[in-house]
Design a protein around this ligand. Structure first.
Ligand code: AMP
Ligand code: GLY
Length: 420
């Protein structure tokens, strides 16, 4: 099988690593990729928001399957373009990806499907926003309706900050979703969907705030671990039955079947499981800890999903033990990351600590590896216990030097403290 993977993050780096373990995968090309991915396979520059270029590249390379990593090409219609060319695509059409592209649309689909989520008001102006804020009370949850790479959400007990975020969204012409606050720990579960059948992967937890103890602004995600020792095993089946399958059924009923990753961001509240959001793709950094533990050949699995054949797909097999992933972010992330800073110690960390270092915002300038994005590297360790995986991941992080960079020091800390 020949594959083309679209994207340039640590998520795509781990997807490629997992695909290369599949004996049926003959070759993988990535567009555009990054410095870490280029060490494994051929990378070709591309504008990921240009669906036609993606289609042309897939045709030229005569690939059997395209795997789309990020949301931008999906919203730009990459899957539509590939479908029209008869090339199997793992990733939803523009119409189905709208579950991520519009929070208001997602709310409507969930409501139709009877999926439990936060109560929400969709607001078109500041007066409506004020009424909604006062209806739900503090803590306030204010979301930009459109795509914002995890940074369009403000959760705060400061009413004026909540209102200021709403105002900034209205100023650029958007609508705003204001919700009730959901308490309880968050869990990410990825459902692999072929449009009809959904198979859930093992759960992971992401750390969205930039600072330790969940302080500071939201980011794309600062670290993750999987599986979750504190989560009852029945939750995956419950989420499949009550969240993922109803979502796939409703999208199919609407004539826009969802093929790809139904990413359910969940809150384990005192009143039960609630959906915080859906994304239309693998999550980053959760994918690093989920796919690293998947024994089932990923190429065959995603091909089966892209071609409507999941119903008879074998039960998934997982490596035992745990995976912990710590993101190293560039100085100034998330507001204004400093680019071009030299990176050293990656190979040392990999050999000394047996960690896998997945690249995100990296580039080679001559022979020198430098930062080229906000989240720079994902340092991931696997071990029989969560404690050991965590210790090794952090030992790996300690060996990597990027001036001014930062990382969270509490990834998986609470889970280790309570379950070891
Ligand atoms: P989203 O982009 O919708 O996933 O939101 C980003 C993050 O904001 C989530 O991962 C949560 O940490 C937080 N968040 C979003 N909605 C809520 C909510 N209704 N209650 C509490 N926290 C929320
Ligand atoms: N980890 C959050 C996301 O991928 O959106």
């Amino acid at each position: 099988m020949k594959l083309l993977v679209i994207g340039s993050g640590a998520r795509e780096h781990v997807i490629v690593s997992a695909l290369l373990r599949d004996p049926e995968v003959e070759s993988v090309v990535v567009a555009p990729g990054n410095a870490g991915i280029a060490a494994l396979v051929q990378c070709i520059p591309i504008d990921v928001s240009d669906a036609q270029s993606i289609g042309e590249l897939a045709t030229e390379l005569q690939v059997d399957l395209v795997v789309v990593g990020p949301e931008v090409p999906l919203m730009a219609g990459a899957a539509n373009e590939l479908n029209a060319r008869g090339i199997p695509c793992f990733g939803p059409t523009r119409e189905a990806a709208l579950i991520e592209g519009s929070k208001a649309f997602c709310k409507e689909v969930m409501s139709q499907a009877g999926i439990a989520t936060a109560l929400a008001h969709i607001c078109a102006n500041l007066t409506e926003a004020e009424i909604a804020l006062d209806t739900f009370g503090s803590p306030y949850v204010v979301k930009d309706d459109g795509l914002a790479a995890g940074k369009g959400v403000v959760v705060t007990s400061d009413r004026s900050e909540a209102l200021a975020h709403a105002r900034s969204c209205f100023e650029v012409g958007g609508t705003v979703v204001i919700e009730e606050f959901l308490d309880g720990p968050e869990v990410s579960i990825f459902g692999i969907s072929d449009g009809t059948t959904v198979i859930a992967l093992q759960p992971a937890q992401d750390f969205k705030r930039v600072g330790d103890n969940d302080e500071g602004p939201n980011t794309g995600g600062m670290g993750a671990y999987s599986p979750l020792p504190w989560l009852d095993e029945s939750v995956v089946a419950e989420v499949t039955e009550r969240v993922l399958q109803p979502m796939a059924d409703e999208m199919k009923r609407r004539g826009t079947p969802f093929v790809g990753v139904l990413y359910a961001g969940l809150a384990m509240t005192t009143r039960g499981i609630r959906v915080i959001e859906f994304n239309a793709r693998f999550g980053d950094p959760e994918t690093q800890v989920v796919l690293s533990r998947l024994v089932t050949p990923l190429g065959q699995f995603l091909y089966a999903a892209a071609t409507g054949q999941l119903k008879d797909f074998a039960t998934l097999v997982w490596y035992p033990g745990y995976a912990v992933n710590v993101v190293i972010a560039a100085q100034g992330y998330p507001e204004s990351p400093v680019l071009g800073t030299p990176i050293s110690g990656v190979e040392l960390a990999e050999s000394d600590q047996q960690v896998a270092v997945f690249h995100a915002g990296t580039a080679l300038v001559g022979a020198e590896l430098v930062t080229s994005g906000g989240r720079v590297l994902s340092v991931m360790a696997q071990a029989p216990t969560l404690n050991e995986a965590r210790e090794r991941a952090y030992a790996g992080v300690a060996q990597i030097v990027i001036a001014g960079s930062h990382f969270r020091s509490d990834i998986a800390r609470n889970a280790c403290a309570t379950h070891s």
